[in-house]
Design a protein around this ligand. Structure first.
Ligand code: AMP
Length: 289
């Protein structure tokens, strides 16, 4: 695996690959890699000739400075895991490399409603930061396919919109969420949880599964409340528990039984904020296959 730190070196290398008719799959990450990240690398490897992974803890997407400060960094192990997964290139840029004119650049991306709900509401500025970094990375890498995780579902919709706004031809591939044995979605932030907290954080999956099992056409208030109680029982403090339209995240109060919907939760376990979602109704007979 090549480790490249300068964007011009990466762009030059990838230009040669493109001329040789190679396709490029790109997996942007913030490092502290786990099986979830590696599943994206694997999928990219199955579908593209060259796999590029980036590790960059993007300062502009952290609305909470403490969260940025405490974000886990495990570079040595990340390199080991990427080599094992046959990643071709690790892009490891500095902040200056990504933001040559500084992190306070003023470009604003028109994300509309997506930026005012759920993560957009609770993490002001977060998606503008995500767009800044993905815009810059996509310009450097110019991937054929961009691999992202359903765990960050709202981010998937934001990136889809971004690619339209910047007229990028890259195709998005949304990959399923990998979970711990108790259902907890794998996340770099889980490293900040104790064993006991990790166990209790499985309550998020339990609440999503409860919604999935009980949702039916009609008002959803009661089922949302019951799911919220499951979180409280596990000492999880919810920012939100909602059911929303899968296509645009419009939150619904009444389900018509037809529209494709998704349940989404954000909750704190101690001071660690976790998010997860489940597309409804998920057929558990097929789950994990
Ligand atoms: P991050 O390093 O958290 O920015 O994540 C990098 C990419 O990995 C994003 O596209 C995430 O959605 C994806 N990802 C994070 N956790 C998981 C998971 N448990 N399963 C699958 N993909 C994930």
């Amino acid at each position: 695996m090549f480790i490249i730190k300068q964007s011009k070196d990466l762009a030059g290398y990838l230009q040669k690959q493109r001329s040789a008719k190679k396709t490029i799959g790109f997996v942007p990450t913030m490092g502290a890699l786990h099986e979830g990240h590696l599943s994206l690398i694997k999928k990219a490897g199955e579908e593209c000739s060259i796999v590029v992974c980036s590790i960059f803890v993007n300062p502009t997407q952290f609305n909470d400075p403490k969260d940025f400060e405490l974000y886990p960094q495990t570079l040595e192990n990340d390199i080991y895991l990427l080599e094992k997964e046959a990643c071709d290139v690790l892009f490891l840029p500095s902040v200056e490399e990504i933001y040559p004119s500084g992190i306070t650049q003023t470009q604003v991306y028109e994300l509309g409603y997506l930026e005012s709900v759920l993560e957009g509401k609770y993490r002001p500025g977060h998606f503008q930061g995500v767009c800044k970094v993905v815009h810059r990375l996509v310009e450097i890498v110019r991937p054929n396919q961009l691999y992202i995780g359903q765990k960050d579902y709202q981010q998937c919709l934001v990136i889809k919109k971004l690619l339209t706004l910047i007229h990028s031809p890259a195709k998005i591939v949304i990959c399923p969420t990998l979970r711990e044995s108790n259902g907890l979605a794998m996340s770099s932030r889980n490293m900040r949880l104790s064993a006991d907290e990790k166990q209790k954080a499985g309550g998020i999956f339990e609440a999503l599964s409860y919604i999935n099992k009980h949702v039916k056409a009609g008002p959803v208030k009661e089922i949302i409340e019951k799911a919220g109680n499951l979180l409280i029982q596990q000492e999880l403090a919810a920012d939100y528990v909602v059911i929303a339209r899968e296509q645009d995240l419009q939150v619904i109060d009444v389900w018509d039984g037809q529209t494709k919907v998704i349940a989404l939760i954000a909750a704190f376990m101690g001071n660690v904020r976790l998010i997860d979602n489940m597309i409804l109704p998920l057929n558990f007979a097929n789950y994990g296959n």
